[in-house]
Design a protein around this ligand. Structure first.
Ligand SMILES: NC(=O)c1ccc[n+]([C@@H]2O[C@H](COP(=O)([O-])OP(=O)(O)OC[C@H]3O[C@@H](n4cnc5c(N)ncnc54)[C@H](OP(=O)(O)O)[C@@H]3O)[C@@H](O)[C@H]2O)c1
Length: 331
């Protein structure tokens, strides 16, 4: 069986390897074996390989925050799944041709035929959905603002907000993204810059959003805070600039703006099984109804994992990079 490992922290395309490991054997009591069809390469995976993520594994390490596959074998005392059922993995370490995990570490997904979209369901759409729902009570017609709007999370947020009638101001760093984000349902798309707040207010007819969603950090946080209504909330969930989040005293003291954060892993850890199942049912329903779709730039076979991580690490992509561990096909 083929599996991705890394033996040192470093530049992903230099240190990841596709290695041959022993087959997994049959599932024990309470376990299932899943044949993995597809997994995306996310920034958190790349940070894990370079040693910069919140959780630093012992080496040599396996990795991979999410994946989808089909049930290949079922151990004793496992209910509710059949051979061939499509599942997503709640477990980590999924960059492999097969996984043997506790049945509690999978979620069955029905009715969503697009395997690549299902492969990306666990992390980015769930992050977008919870940031949309958990911080500010937004009603149809309200505005939010976000940066890195063409990212996986950003494009999921555009689609999910649109379906709820919530209007989005989307900040990007290059103008060629404007048509594709508008086609996805973005109400306003603006290129970042010093006069951002002025342009936002012109686009929203002077309505200030009460929620800002930030993946960039640094001075971008101040530019988002400049746009917010009094008592607004900035939710930071990434640090793409590598710079600490900056916010001014006039935001916090005079406007009462709050800067807070969101981490999906922590949120999932605080939810019981039925709440997690409900979350992914809601999101897979959005896939079925085509109210959720994230762009895809390329797919690779697992043997070309070094090229794949190199590609995923490049800026100016038009979607996610995924690996198909049991297929030789690439796009
Ligand atoms: N907290 C959580 O639970 C959680 C969950 C999921 C994701 N995340 C984080 O969310 C962020 C986005 O993840 P993703 O998977 O959605 O990303 P992605 O699809 O891989 O896209 C990367 C995005 O980052 C932008 N970008 C890269 N460097 C930038 C910079 N210096 N300034 C501004 N934009 C920059 C890219 O813009 P260009 O296209 O212009 O290059 C692109 O929009 C990452 O930081 C990730 O770690 C956090």
């Amino acid at each position: 069986m083929k599996q991705v490992q890394f033996h040192a922290f470093g530049t992903p395309e230099d240190v990841v390897e596709c290695v041959e490991v022993d087959d997994l054997g049959p599932p024990s009591k309470g376990e299932v074996v899943v044949t993995i069809d597809a997994f995306p390469i996310n920034p958190a995976d790349l940070l894990t390989i370079s040693g910069g993520y919140a959780v630093k594994p012992d080496l040599p390490a396996t990795l991979g925050a999410e994946a989808t596959g089909r049930i290949h074998a079922i151990g004793a005392e496992v209910d509710g799944v059949d051979i061939g059922d499509r599942v997503i993995m709640l477990a980590r370490n999924n960059w492999s041709q097969q996984r043997r995990v506790a049945a509690s570490e999978i979620i069955k997904v029905t009715g969503a035929p697009d395997v690549l979209q299902v492969a990306m369901l666990k992390v980015n759409p769930a992050t977008a959905w919870m940031m949309l729902k958990n911080f500010v009570e937004l009603r149809s017609g309200d505005w939010l603002i976000q940066d890195a709007a063409n990212s996986g999370v950003g494009s999921a947020l555009i689609s999910l907000a649109k379906a709820e009638g919530i209007r989005t101001v989307n900040v990007v760093r290059r103008p060629e993204l404007i048509p594709e984000l508008e086609a996805l349902g973005a109400d306003v798309v603006l290129v970042d810059g010093e006069d951002l707040a002025k342009r936002v207010l012109a686009a929203t007819q002077n309505v200030r959003p009460s929620l800002a969603i930030d993946a960039v950090g640094g001075s971008q946080v101040m530019r988002l805070a400049d746009c917010l209504a009094d008592e607004g909330i900035v939710v930071n969930y990434g640090l793409l600039s590598g710079e600490p989040c900056q916010i001014r005293a006039d935001h916090t003291i005079f406007k009462g703006i709050t800067l807070t954060g969101f981490w999906l892993q922590k949120a999932l850890n605080s939810m019981d099984r039925s709440a997690i199942e409900q979350l992914y049912q809601t999101l897979s329903d959005r896939l079925v109804s085509k109210q959720l779709s994230v762009g895809i730039e390329a797919t690779y076979p697992i043997e070309r994992i070094r090229e794949a991580v190199g590609h995923a690490g490049r800026s100016h992509r038009h979607g996610k990079v995924l690996v198909l561990p049991n297929s030789n096909e690439g796009i």
